[in-house]
Design a protein around this ligand. Structure first.
Ligand code: 5GP
Length: 193
């Protein structure tokens, strides 16, 4: 998606440790018009996938997913919670994710009330690096017997391999921008074409 690639080049900051900061439009300040165009792109890609629910993970996925849901006929958005919460009633699907940015494990939790074997799920997230966060969400869909009908990602870091492994495993993965290389010294970013 050219608009997203241009925005990454304009406002993205390459940090050491293979981290791309996009707080200006995706992870802190949100450009809702850009989110809207991202949602339209996923709706076009997944138009025949029969999706009836979007699953994402807190926090940055929520805004993206809610705007995208407007393009899928206002289907529900469920976000996985990252820690046990007193607000959850104990009847939950749980998986464990290793966080790339925080370098530690944390549980991801979805209430059984909001995911079932009838669901055809589109998993959405802001970033895909090694694929651990997505694997946690896929696990939760598997526990629920739900079908993972597609995966939409805003920014995939192609050089970290998580996306290619998911494609090889047969998932329909639509990443709107795939970063092939980035350099924290000169700030350069290049995309897979
Ligand atoms: P993975 O689990 O695929 O290794 O990493 C994906 C998760 O880590 C995303 O949900 C995102 O929160 C975070 N993440 C991974 N790489 C980056 C990055 O370069 N920049 C930012 N802002 N978040 C990242």
């Amino acid at each position: 998606m050219q608009e997203l690639e241009e925005r990454i080049l304009k406002d993205g900051i390459v940090k050491p440790g293979n981290v791309l900061k996009v707080d200006a439009f995706l992870n802190h300040q949100c450009d809702v018009e850009l989110f809207d165009h991202m949602g339209a792109a996923w709706a076009e890609h997944f138009r025949d996938a029969g999706i009836n629910k979007i699953l994402t993970i807190e926090a940055s996925g929520i805004g993206i997913a809610c705007v995208a849901a407007r393009h899928f006929g206002n289907i529900p958005v469920v976000f996985a919670k990252k820690a046990q919460s007193i607000n959850l009633d104990g009847d939950q699907y749980v998986s464990t994710v290793f966080s790339f940015t925080k370098q530690r494990e944390f549980p991801v939790i979805v209430s059984r009330k909001y995911l079932s074997a009838e669901d055809r799920v589109l998993i959405l997230d802001d970033f895909l690096a090694n694929g651990k966060a997505l694997q946690g969400l896929i696990d939760i869909c598997d526990h629920a017997g739900a079908t993972v009908a597609g995966i939409g990602i805003a920014i995939e870091k192609g050089f970290q391999g998580g996306g290619d492994a998911l494609r090889e495993a047969g998932y329909d993965l639509d990443s709107l921008a795939i970063v092939d290389a980035m350099d924290p010294v000169d700030g350069s970013i290049s995309f897979r074409k």
